[in-house]
Structure formats: structure tokens, C-alpha cells
Design a protein. Structure first.
Length: 231
């Protein structure tokens, strides 16, 4: 997809920078940060971590204070229920605090964050993070084709669609951890809504949660990550 080509290039450059600066404990801060924005944790410690430090190096790890607190609380509770589990975030907002933040239309003002789903390997062993470089793209397709929402006249446009992964992939969705994470976030009054594909909402037993919604067929797939909007 075109919008992820930019992201892939940026992350590749950031990965090179990380390897060249292994001794650096944290990325350098930007010259100016918009009022009200704070950075998410970038270290490989604690229950809330970036999927890759590249998101910190390209300065897309900013949110507002209330979302940061909500995320840390959810991540701490999730880790208590599923020891060894960390919430892995991807794209949040950039430090200038304005929308849109390409390639995203809704990101940019510190009230949005993409979070990776949880996965297991083919033996059912939990994976530490999504099995892709960026955290995006590890799609969990519908169990049956009739559960797919965007088809025919409502099919997603080529620029935002993506094919299902191969049947013989080495990973599968971790339903228990993913469902727990979504429930924790949806229960927080600081969370406005959580976007996920309808087939996963039903599969994970989330149908009764009004905050858990479908982003629509004009939006990118949300069966590889969730998009969280905060008040």
C-alpha cells in the first residue's frame, strides 16, 4: 500500500540509526513540542513499549497526558493478568500536534494511537510482538469468507487494501490477550472509541462493547492492529 511504503522507508532508516547508536539510551528530543503533548516510553522496560524504537526516532510517539496515563494503566493491568505481556504501540502523533499526520488522516494531535494485536506461534506459544517489522501487516483474516465486511461494491480501494496472509504463516492471533487488552481500553472513560474489524469484534466476544467499532471500508484494515481514539 502506498501509505505504508513511506512508513516502511522511514522505519528502515530509523532501524539503521538505532544500530549505529546502540549506546544511546533514548532518542534525542525534538526542538519544539506542542503544548499538552508528552512522549510515550521508548525503552524496552515497563509494560508499555514501542513495537520498534524506530517510532521514537522518527518522532511519532507523542500523545496527550491523559491518554498516556490510560495506556500505562491498561498495560500494567494487562501484564498482571498475562505475565510477561507488554502493550506494543506503533504510530501515535508527531510533536507539532497538528492533523493530518501522513500517511494517517486522523493522527497528529495526540489523541490517537495504533496498537499491535497479540500473536502466538504455530505451537501456541505467545510472541513478544507482532511478527512484522513495523507491527502493521500481520492480518488475522476472517475465519469464513462470509464474515468479511468489505467486498463487492463496498470493497476497499486498492490504495488502502491489503491481501490476507498465507495460510501456512508461522503465527496466529492470540485471542485471549487481544480481547483482554481491548476490554481494558474500552472500559476506560478516557477512551472515546477503539477501531477493530467486525469479524474480530464478534470472534473475541466484544459485541456488547459500544466503544469498539468498525472504521468503515474507506479505512485501512484493522485486523492487524487497533486504533484507539482518546477524548
Amino acid at each position: 500500500m502506498l501509505q505504508w511504503t513511506f512508513l516502511a522507508i522511514a522505519l528502515a532508516l530509523a532501524t539503521v540509526a538505532v544500530r549505529a547508536k546502540e549506546a544511546t539510551p533514548s532518542p534525542a528530543g525534538p526542538a519544539v513540542v506542542a503544548p499538552g503533548l508528552v512522549p510515550l516510553p521508548c525503552a524496552e522496560t515497563g509494560p508499555l513499549r514501542p513495537h520498534t524504537r524506530g517510532y521514537c526516532l522518527i518522532q511519532r510517539h507523542y500523545v496527550r497526558a491523559a491518554p498516556r496515563a490510560a495506556l500505562l494503566e491498561a498495560a500494567t493491568t494487562l501484564q498482571a493478568r498475562h505475565p510477561g505481556t507488554n502493550i506494543r504501540y506503533m504510530e501515535g502523533s508527531w510533536p507539532i500536534g497538528t492533523r493530518p499526520m501522513p500517511p494517517h488522516l486522523p493522527h497528529g494531535d495526540g489523541r490517537q494511537l495504533d496498537i499491535a494485536l497479540f500473536y502466538v506461534d504455530r505451537r501456541g506459544r505467545p510472541l513478544d510482538r507482532a511478527p512484522t517489522r513495523s507491527g502493521y501487516g500481520a492480518y488475522e483474516p476472517p475465519l469464513k469468507s462470509r464474515y468479511r465486511r468489505c467486498t463487492g461494491a463496498t470493497a476497499r480501494a486498492p490504495g488502502i487494501d491489503a491481501p490476507d496472509p498465507k495460510q501456512d504463516r508461522n503465527w496466529r492471533l492470540d485471542e485471549a490477550r487481544t480481547a483482554t487488552m481491548v476490554r481494558l481500553l474500552a472500559a476506560d472513560p478516557r477512551v472515546r472509541r477503539v477501531f477493530i474489524e467486525p469479524h474480530l469484534k464478534a470472534r473475541l466476544g466484544l459485541s456488547g462493547l459500544g466503544k469498539v467499532r468498525f472504521a468503515g471500508c474507506r479505512a485501512a484494515r484493522h485486523d492487524d492492529h487497533i486504533h484507539v481514539d482518546f477524548f
